[in-house]
Ligand binder design. Structure first.
Ligand code: HSE
Length: 406
């Protein structure tokens, strides 16, 4: 019997106990032994749960127990997840996690600590929920060079943008529905403002380059300013608005950013809807590789955590190459210098004046067909953030600016 503990009995932690129960035989076959959830660490009590008797409030009970081989950390947040994970790894216990915040902020230290103590730190569930994407980076793509990543990395925002388009509703209305359905948190800012997707693209970038970017070097922009007019304009331009996390090489340095982007309809990312996620990895040898599936939710995420439990306890993870992340300042391209094409909407503009003005800043200016009365809409390219700002600050009628996906 191999004994494990779960830190955090929330949506994902509760899902892990269910998956272990439901797939007991398959998991025992894969691990070569039965797996038992001996403890659950949580601040709360769960008197009505069949696991209620295993709940402890003091982490040292678990950390001091030599029978505990592995911790599944599903607490979320940086602290105390980071401190508890370091302590568990230092005591020779494997740690697996769904917590993208702690991996994005401290993945370098956690992986180094695991390597030092001869155990695994695994985080498949931290990106793309149930989609296997972390392990393929380390195995199947190990002989390749990743030169680009574009991903729909947040289920909640993809649900909101999909509904805004298909049901012609506004942002706050669909956000309220996402909260009722349990997709968005009561404080939805980590999802809506691109913070959650930013953590995920930071982790993928680290897998691609070995360098874990600093949080402040990665640009993130909210979807909260997207309006039904923007959604309609995208449709008329043959595009759709998605929150995309991107990694691309800009004069040799990685540019890493998350922002609403107008994606062409013939791009596979355009047809990824609702809470689904998709990640396109551009490799120098293999070309484009796509990963697609359920990016959020109790069971897809718990399934990925359980797969890591099996990998650690069966010894499969020890036989694989573990990633090494380092932090290096100045490793990320200055986002202000990254060049994009843009959708730009002006209010109360006379087209002849607007086009003349735009062509001073952008070498390509095309009208979007079917603009609403009193509005002028353009696709303009290409310019850096600095050049765009020079244009927007020169006029007081700029109503909307959205970047175009490559
Ligand atoms: N809030 C996240 C999402 C959960 O909506 O994608 C999965 O990381």
């Amino acid at each position: 019997m191999k004994h494990i503990a779960i830190f955090g009995y929330g949506v994902v932690g509760g899902g892990v106990t269910s998956v272990i129960e439901e797939n007991r035989e398959a998991i025992a076959r894969a691990v070569g032994d039965d797996v038992n959830v001996k403890y659950i660490l949580d601040l709360r009590d769960f008197p009505d749960s069949p696991y209620g008797g295993r709940v402890v409030h003091d982490a040292s009970v678990i950390l001091d127990d030599p029978e505990i081989r592995l911790i599944a950390e599903t607490m979320g947040g940086s602290h105390p997840a980071y401190e508890l994970s370091i302590e568990a790894l230092s005591r020779g216990k494997h740690v697996v996690t769904s917590n993208k915040e702690v991996v994005a902020n401290f993945g370098d230290q956690l992986l180094a600590c695991a390597a030092e103590h001869g155990v695994s730190y695994l985080f498949e569930a931290s990106v793309g929920g149930g989609i296997p994407v972390i392990r393929p980076f380390l195995t199947s793509l190990a002989g390749d060079t990743v030169v680009g990543i574009s991903g729909i990395l947040n289920g909640t925002t993809n649900f909101i943008l999909s509904k805004m388009k298909s049901e012609k509703r506004d942002f706050s209305d669909v956000l309220a529905e996402a909260q009722v359905l349990g997709y968005a948190e009561r404080d939805p800012s980590a999802d809506v403002d691109g913070i959650d997707a930013k953590r995920k693209i930071m982790i993928l970038s680290a897998l691609a380059t070995g360098v874990l970017p600093e949080d402040v070097d990665v640009y993130a922009e909210s979807i909260s300013k997207i309006t039904p007019e923007d959604v309609s304009a995208a449709e008329r331009a043959g595009r759709v608005i998605k929150l995309v996390g991107s990694f691309r090489l800009e004069k040799g340095s990685p540019a890493i950013y998350v922002c609403p982007q107008m994606v062409k309809l013939d791009d596979v990312l355009a047809s990824v809807n609702d809470v689904y996620n998709a990640i396109r990895v551009k490799c120098s040898v293999t070309g484009d590789v796509m990963f697609y599936g359920r990016g959020a939710g109790r069971f897809p995420t718990a399934g990925a955590v359980t797969a890591d439990i099996v990998a650690a306890l069966s010894g499969a993870a020890a036989a694989e190459r573990a990633p090494v992340f380092t932090k290096k300042s100045g490793a990320v391209a200055d986002f202000d210098k990254v060049r994009f094409s843009y959708y730009i909407r002006l209010a109360d503009a006379s087209p002849s004046d607007a086009e003349e003005d735009l062509s001073r800043y952008f070498d390509r200016v095309e009208c979007v067909p079917g603009s609403p009365v009193g509005k002028a809409e353009y696709i303009c390219g290409e310019a850096s953030g600095k050049e765009l700002r020079a244009f927007t600050s020169s006029r007081d009628d700029v109503e909307s600016v959205i970047r175009l996906a490559e």
